[in-house]
Ligand binder design. Sequence first.
Ligand code: GRF
Length: 202
Amino acid sequence: MKNIAVFASGNGSNFQAIVDARTRGTFKARLKLLVCDNPDAYVLKRAVKAKIKAFIVDRRDFLSKKDFEEQIIKKLKSEKIDLIVLAGFMRIVSAHFVKQYRNKILNIHPSLLPAFKGAHAIGDAFISGAKVTGVTVHFVDEMMDHGPIILQEIVKIKETDTKESLEARIHAVEHAVYPKAIKLFLDNRLRIRKAKVILRRG
Ligand code: GRF
């Protein structure tokens, strides 16, 4: 069975959705580790409740980003992690980090990439006048919010929406989509060809 590490920095509703999906049997893997860079994050409480080991690494305790990441990589190696799931991890992983886990890092982003990259994707889509936005799960490469796209789901932006109501619908879609993408990875259904993900038949 494969070992998963989830990386999160804040609330951790996606972490929770992944924990719940595993409990329901949506996918089979060990949720071995939560990596968290924020000692005050609510996700840490969720990890205690789910009995998942948390590894807290505070960037302020390290002189450089490289040292910070090396500490994480060491832990991932010792836990024999096969898949890294970024779920609201508010740091950009370096090219060096990506190289260590090439095509084994997933990220979820609350827009239809390549539109609305960055930390304010939902608000940016809301004020843009776009009629649709959505959710993207993708492999992580060296660029921010970039890499071969695994799954996307559309979320309509209604005239009656507030930023908050849109946000709530996007999060609900995220919670359904991420476990699906994780399952596709674990079932070995994903092939990358010329920066595109080809879905193998199950
Ligand atoms: C999600 O919207 C995710 O797409 C983005 O960060 C947010 C994390 O939310 N990368 P949560 O901590 O999982 O509740």
